[in-house]
Design a protein around this ligand. Structure first.
Ligand SMILES: C[S@@+](CC[C@H](N)C(=O)[O-])C[C@H]1O[C@@H](n2cnc3c(N)ncnc32)[C@H](O)[C@@H]1O
Length: 247
């Protein structure tokens, strides 16, 4: 069980039951899509380990978590890797006002520290909702590189399209998303802590996927950017069939 202050930071409560619910929910998100014990899983934005904790005893293939929040990665290494060495965690020294204000590098140019085609499943749960469009573009490109043939990726967004943009513009959404990103491809909730919450244009995500050799297999729409309550849109991506493994 992660310490209470980290549970509070991530889930807004110190409740142990809430943390356990987050573990069970994320495992179900992957197992209902066909996660197998032999799969190699990359968890980008691994946070305080809700996915790996839920997979202990199930996953035999490989697990790598990557995050930019030093305290979260340190806790996962100390508490999870020390007892389950097959579960590894990597700290990326990337800047984010919300999660790592002292980070030295930009996620817009970051290369994931993994071989081409080395993962069957990639997860970003509640991560693209805290990233700028140029960073999302780079990550999607990198996911296209590290995903193995037949692999799939699950990620959550606040998507902006004609429907959700109308609700945001009318001030009906649970967050204002009132700050336009200079690219016009996203709207931010907070002009200072820019990564606090980010809604991104669905057409932009589609173009990034096309360029990365990824295809959208499914979009499960939540309340999303325009919703009156919080809830993500969950997108499942696959690797385009005609795409060769990058050299
Ligand atoms: C809302 S938390 C979600 C954590 C976990 N995935 C979950 O579902 O509970 C967002 C996580 O994304 C991480 N994060 C933010 N920007 C990132 C980036 N550029 N690369 C990797 N992780 C990032 C944060 O440090 C944080 O752990």
């Amino acid at each position: 069980m992660p310490p209470a202050h980290l549970r509070l930071y991530y889930y807004g409560t110190t409740s142990r039951e809430t943390f356990i619910r987050h573990c069970e929910a994320i495992r179900a998100e992957l197992t209902t899509r066909g996660l197998q014990p032999a799969h190699r899983v990359l968890d980008i934005g691994s946070g305080i380990g809700n996915l790996p904790i839920s997979l202990i005893g199930f996953l035999k293939g490989r697990y790598d978590g990557l995050d930019i929040h030093p305290q979260a990665v340190a806790w996962c290494q100390r508490a999870i890797t020390a007892n389950h060495p097959g579960f590894r965690f990597h700290l990326a020294d990337l800047r984010s006002e919300a999660y790592n204000p002292r980070g030295r590098h930009s996620a817009a140019t970051y290369r994931l520290p993994f071989e081409n085609a080395s993962f069957d499943v990639v997860l970003l749960a509640s991560v693209f909702t805290h990233m700028m469009p140029e960073e999302i573009e780079n990550y999607l490109c990198e996911i296209g590189r590290v995903l193995a043939p037949g692999g799939w990726c699950v990620e959550s967004f606040f998507l902006l399209n004609d429907d959700t943009r109308r609700d945001v513009d009318a001030g009906r959404s649970f967050m204002s998303f009132a700050v336009p990103h200079p690219s016009q491809q996203a709207r931010l909730h907070d002009a200072v802590i820019r990564e606090a919450a980010v809604a991104v244009e669905e057409s932009f995500v589609q173009r990034c996927c096309d360029a990365a050799g990824l295809v959208v297999r499914d979009v499960r729409r939540g309340p999303g950017a325009g919703g009156t309550t919080s809830g993500h849109d969950v997108v499942t991506l696959g690797r385009r069939a005609d795409r060769s493994v990058p050299a």
